[in-house]
Write a protein that binds this ligand. Sequence first.
Ligand code: GTP
Ligand code: MG
Length: 386
Amino acid sequence: MRLLPCIKSYDEGVDHSKQIDREIKEWIKTYNEAIKLLLLGTGESGKTTIIKQMKILHVKGFSHSERTAMIPHIRFNTHEAIYEIIQNMPVLSIGLQNAKHVRAQQYLLKVGPEGPQEYTEEYFDNVRDLWQDAGVRECFKRANEYQLIDSAEYFLDRIDLIGKEDYVPSDADILRCRRKTTGIQKIEFKVKVPKSMHGGTQDFWMLDVGGQRGERKKWIQVFEGIHAIWFVVACSDFDQTLREDNSQNRLKEALILFEDVWQSRFLLEAGIIVFLNKQDLLETKIKQGRSIAPYFPKYNHFEASGDEYTRTKLFIRNLFVNLTTKKRERRHIIASAERFVVLEASRARECYFHFTTATDTHNVRTVFRDVHQMILTHILSNIGVY
Ligand SMILES: Nc1nc2c(ncn2[C@@H]2O[C@H](COP(=O)(O)OP(=O)(O)OP(=O)(O)O)[C@@H](O)[C@H]2O)c(=O)[nH]1
Ligand SMILES: [Mg+2]
């Protein structure tokens, strides 16, 4: 680590700052190592969706064959959505509103959870009929009481398109498609460096891991050499339980996981940026009259101005900010590393927060620009240039 000489006067300070600027630009020019980013977060928080956005924004997007390869997954998403809804109707004591739809319901239940062998016209007709039923819609509105993919409405609303023989998924369809990640995926891309920094391009690696509990033991394999963690949180999950453990609230699980990541001694050098994701779904939920208060009673005493949605998103951010200001717990300190960890604990460590909608390419582009600059500054500070 290199220490900069101390400044004695204002003029000297200005010269000194110009010198630092020059040094930073020089350093970036010669820095040819890829910047390594790791996406972390609970299951379904939106990590893979961000990887897809990087492919759209910084690689070549999706080819025709990549798009057609998504069709079975999108059709299966549609199936699992309608199947889950109709299966949960009796559990929630909701009946079909239209008796004509009973046959369609029996047809779908007979198809089973794995979906049909072949997606036929008859299959899509039955799904369309059921999705029109007021009872099905009522059960859909109570989706937080069972497990339903976030893209259920998006795909069921597009059933006619998805059922077409010549259907080719759009970028939006691919971004909405849900497939659980198992293992570790990597995407490599180049990004233009802001002119203010020096221009040119910079290599990035972005790693995606599975966020469900069973997948997290694999994370440690990829911690080494990571420059920044993007920790993704599904804010709209505040009233839902985990797919892998229906006794645990999803947002509470995200908070516990974040605290572990923030305190991990393996990630002390990495910059941490929290993506408070699924803002579109959060806003819709709040505007439909749902409240976070029954799940997080502290919300009743939270002071912030703005409408309910704004107050809720600020409250969620606060929950995470509070974890970053807590003292590092000693349970994470092992004897040989104690001195280092204690020193680290006394060093100011910043955490950055962004409100995001990962399915919105424009939003992700803007956030990436901000975050890029922040990561460069973080790396420079870690090596002692800043
Ligand atoms: N509406 C909306 N949907 C989103 C957003 N972010 C992600 N999704 C959807 O949420 C679902 C889950 O997203 P993924 O990116 O697969 O989640 P993940 O974090 O990779 O999940 P694991 O692989 O299980 O760890 C997908 O259907 C996405 O389209 C968002 O901001 N808004
Ligand atoms: Mg994933």
